[in-house]
Design a protein around this ligand. Structure first.
Ligand SMILES: [Mg+2]
Length: 272
């Protein structure tokens, strides 16, 4: 999620895998998560925003709080902000505001600044929700022996503590053996450049067997770095004008199928 304006680009329609293909894909990844190879323990690399988590409720909460502030001075715009729901959000804040008919440039500027300061900070990460089946799937992979690496474009100084808390609250493995979390050292760094820099270093953790991301560019660069891994594109939202997704990267909507493949997985040892 970013605040800058977009030039309108037609939305790309991705061909998602069928139910059977999805079952086979997840089954294969679960099996790979159970096998240690000469390259070390199996490693599962997971993006957070738009991949394991839906962060749109974060923006909705922020816009609703802004509505309370604007209630007296800008009642029309405040009312409009209160109609914001996750489904009505665009990827870019400017487009969302336009959709909500907040058009006055000074108010757009004020809303953007208010949103930016809160969206990219610890406190409001508590509004994020897990994608369907995501907690079950990650717990299952971890329980089978995979090292789970959360690799996120969130930055460590402003979002590290909130990210840790959010993962814990939602039930993802965190704070136990076999889990790593990698955040940007600095918020100014571009997400793709950051992930491109980090990707080759993950070989020191073990054998990268699978990776999930909601950005085509990140999926493409992981497939280049780890051609034999299962790189999977999660079709939620992504940056407008993203590059074309490679043909050898399957597309899923969420992780719901993982729940049908294995019984419920208890929290990792050491977690409450
Ligand atoms: Mg993402």
């Amino acid at each position: 999620m970013e605040s800058r304006s977009s030039t309108p680009t037609p939305p790309v329609v991705y061909r998602r895998v069928t139910e059977d293909e999805s079952s086979a894909l997840f089954e294969r990844i679960l099996q790979r998560c159970s096998r240690r190879t000469a390259k070390g323990p199996p490693v599962l690399v997971l993006d957070l925003d738009g991949t394991l988590m839906d962060n749109r409720p974060r923006t909705v909460a922020i816009l609703h709080d802004l509505a309370a502030r604007w209630k007296d001075k800008h009642p029309e715009e405040a009312k409009a902000l209160l109609t914001a729901t996750a489904d009505r959000l665009a990827y870019l804040l400017n487009d969302t505001l336009r959709r909500l008919r907040v058009a006055e440039p000074a108010l757009v500027g004020e809303a953007t600044e208010y949103w930016r300061q809160r969206f990219f900070a610890d406190d409001d990460l508590r509004h994020d929700v897990a994608l369907d089946g995501a907690v079950h799937f990650v717990r299952d992979c971890h329980a089978r022996g995979a090292t789970v690496v959360y690799l996120t474009g969130r930055d460590l100084p402003m979002m590290g503590l909130g990210t840790f808390a959010s993962l814990r609250t939602l039930g993802f493995p965190i704070g136990v053996a076999g889990v790593e979390i990698i955040l940007k050292p600095d918020a100014q760094m571009a997400d793709e450049a950051f992930k491109r820099m980090i990707a080759p270093t993950l070989a020191r953790v073990g054998h990268v067997v699978a990776s999930f991301d909601n950005e085509p560019a990140n999926c493409n660069l992981f497939k280049e770095a780890y051609p034999d891994a299962d790189i999977v594109f999660v079709d939620t939202q992504h940056v407008p004008g993203a590059p074309a997704l490679r043909d050898d990267v399957p597309v899923i909507a969420d992780f719901a199928v993982a729940r049908t493949l294995s019984p419920s997985v208890p929290p990792p040892e050491g977690e409450p």
